[in-house]
Design a protein around this ligand. Structure first.
Ligand code: SF4
Length: 333
């Protein structure tokens, strides 16, 4: 059995019916005990130093994975402008791996999206109906993940890191959705038996997944703060549960315009009673430009953080977090 790898969230409904398993390269990169080795490898292969670390890592992880990957699905519209150059690198260093280019059409045209889905279907020999059948199976799990997320928002007993990792792993269900299902069941059962923690100030997290490995632990263990919302991670989990694949991948907000994302963030601020947002940007990422509008249009105070390489928070970022959280506590006494 080989893995079908991808560079961001894609319609995994087309992979599960094959004899292969989905593999999100981002998850492999960031959960490795030593992600820096992949960045170093990406640079040795020619990635400029002033390239986003995720992109360097997505090239570097092939050191470990090249033998077990037969195909990489690279998203060329709606994700990252660096992906075109990344594809060239994959083709040069790993000619045995097929590359499929997948696009989320920026005009949200359903017919164009259907053509993209059909492209996956024809490569993998999976019909739309078969992918829909898989969607129905995965949607049962996604609906359970929604329940888990809202229960956690009510009880606030699990660490933010646990919740963030679970949500971000829904892009490939760690290669085994039955096992993932059991893990979600266990979390739900545990949460149902716990007393809610109500004396913390709730905040949310928006922007691409952070490259810092201790951000959530630092915030929650140092201040009376609970991180109770993860914007992009929730989006990755396909929580809107639309009735068909086209609607589902049009409701997915990350690849499309910023204003729908902002509307959703403001809705979740209301629904979860969030008092502030940490908005994270990655060094050398074009999405940094969005931060200016996020700061203007979000209804609560926003702390903008930037990260570069994987690892713990640096002292300067810790000081900025500290002064923001102290002000937030003063405002919410
Ligand atoms: S953080 Fe930005 S630059 Fe880096 S991979 Fe993601 S979208 Fe691309």
């Amino acid at each position: 059995m080989t893995s079908i790898a991808f560079t961001t969230t894609i319609p995994q409904e087309y992979i599960w019916p094959t004899s292969h398993v989905p593999l999100d390269l981002n998850n492999y990169f960031i959960t490795n005990p030593d992600p820096m080795k992949f960045i170093d490898s990406g640079e040795r292969k020619g990635m400029p130093r002033n390239t986003c670390s995720w992109i360097k890592g997505l090239l570097g992880v092939l050191d470990d994975l090249a033998e077990r990957i037969s195909v990489i699905i690279a998203v060329t519209e709606g994700d990252c402008s660096n992906n075109h150059a990344l594809i060239n690198m994959y083709q040069y260093y790993y000619p045995h791996i097929d590359i499929i280019r997948f696009s989320y059409p920026s005009d949200k045209n359903p017919e164009k999206l259907k053509m993209e889905l059909d492209k996956l279907g024809s490569y993998f020999g999976v019909s739309y109906d078969k992918a829909m059948h898989t969607k129905k199976i995965l949607d049962q799990l996604r609906s359970k993940i929604n329940k888990f997320d809202l229960l956690q928002n009510e009880k606030n007993t699990l660490s933010a890191k646990t919740v963030q990792q679970l949500l971000v792993s829904t892009t490939d269900f760690n290669g085994d959705y039955n096992l993932f299902n059991s893990q979600v069941d266990a979390h739900i059962q545990k949460l149902q038996g716990q007393q809610a923690i109500t004396d913390k100030i709730k905040i949310g997290y928006t922007g691409v997944p952070t490259i810092y490995n201790d951000l959530f632990d630092y915030v929650e263990n140092t201040f009376p703060i609970k991180v109770a919302y993860f914007e992009v991670e929730q989006d990755f989990s396909m929580h809107w549960l639309k009735h068909d694949l086209i609607q589902q991948y049009l409701a997915f907000q990350y690849p499309y315009d910023l204003f729908n994302r902002i509307q959703t963030i403001n809705m979740e601020i209301e629904r979860r009673s969030l008092k502030a947002i940490i908005h994270y940007v990655q060094s050398f990422c074009h999405r940094q430009i969005d931060a200016a509008l996020i700061q203007k249009l979000i209804k609560v105070p926003v702390l903008l953080l930037e990260g570069d390489t994987p690892g713990p928070l640096d002292m300067r970022t810790k000081i900025r977090i500290e002064s923001f959280m102290e002000r937030l506590q003063d405002e919410n006494r």
